[in-house]
Design a binder for this molecule. Structure first.
Ligand SMILES: [Zn+2]
Length: 190
């Protein structure tokens, strides 16, 4: 089974990108059948030549398949942009909030050094940058207002029963649009 993948952009700038708390669990990995996710993961790694796609990194392992979400905190929208291969350390930089919460201090320090190396800045600056973005975004995410999420071209791969259950649990905090936000606007008008 070969799943149709949208073309990979092959460009990924490493930066922390925390997922709004209301949208935790609403990801492709959680909502697809395990075998579908496995296939997507395999194809993504193959497309990226089995190396980390973050600019300035190119580590060959261990590798993760990262869901690259475009998050607009002001518009309260989150859109799945691409699937991209990231090494374990770059992935931990992107989800730095999670790293801080669940990983050891030693691992977290290692991640800060990795971020500094990949983005070519000092460790001191890396530490400041990772924590600053996190604080700023966490503040924006915390107030009560619903989010709109778009799975784009990946939507047909999602198990609708799982999606419905998670949306119901979010009690008015999240709504899902079929594809782009633009199309959804037209649909609402008609
Ligand atoms: Zn990497």
């Amino acid at each position: 089974m070969k799943l149709k993948l949208p073309p990979a952009t092959k460009r990924f700038t490493l930066r922390p990108n925390p997922i709004p708390v209301q949208l935790w669990s609403l990801n492709l990995r959680n909502l697809c059948e395990a075998k579908v996710w496995f296939k997507l993961r395999e194809q993504t790694l193959e497309q990226d030549n089995y190396q980390c796609a973050a600019q300035g990194c190119h580590t060959v392992g261990p590798l993760h398949c990262h869901e690259d979400w475009e998050i607009d905190a002001e518009k309260r929208t989150q859109r799945l942009k691409q699937l991209v291969t990231l090494c374990e350390k770059c992935h931990a930089c992107v989800h730095f909030g999670r790293t801080l919460n669940v990983e050891t201090k030693k691992f977290t320090q290692d991640i800060i050094r990795h971020y500094a190396q990949v983005t070519d800045i000092s460790v001191r600056k890396a530490n400041k940058e990772l924590n600053k973005v996190l604080t700023k975004l966490t503040e924006t995410y915390n107030y009560f207002s619903p989010w709109t999420i778009s799975f784009g071209e990946w939507l047909p791969l999602i198990r609708k029963d799982r999606l419905t259950a998670l949306i119901e649990r979010a009690i008015g905090q999240v709504r899902v649009v079929n594809n782009s936000f633009k199309e959804d606007k037209r649909a609402t008008k008609s």
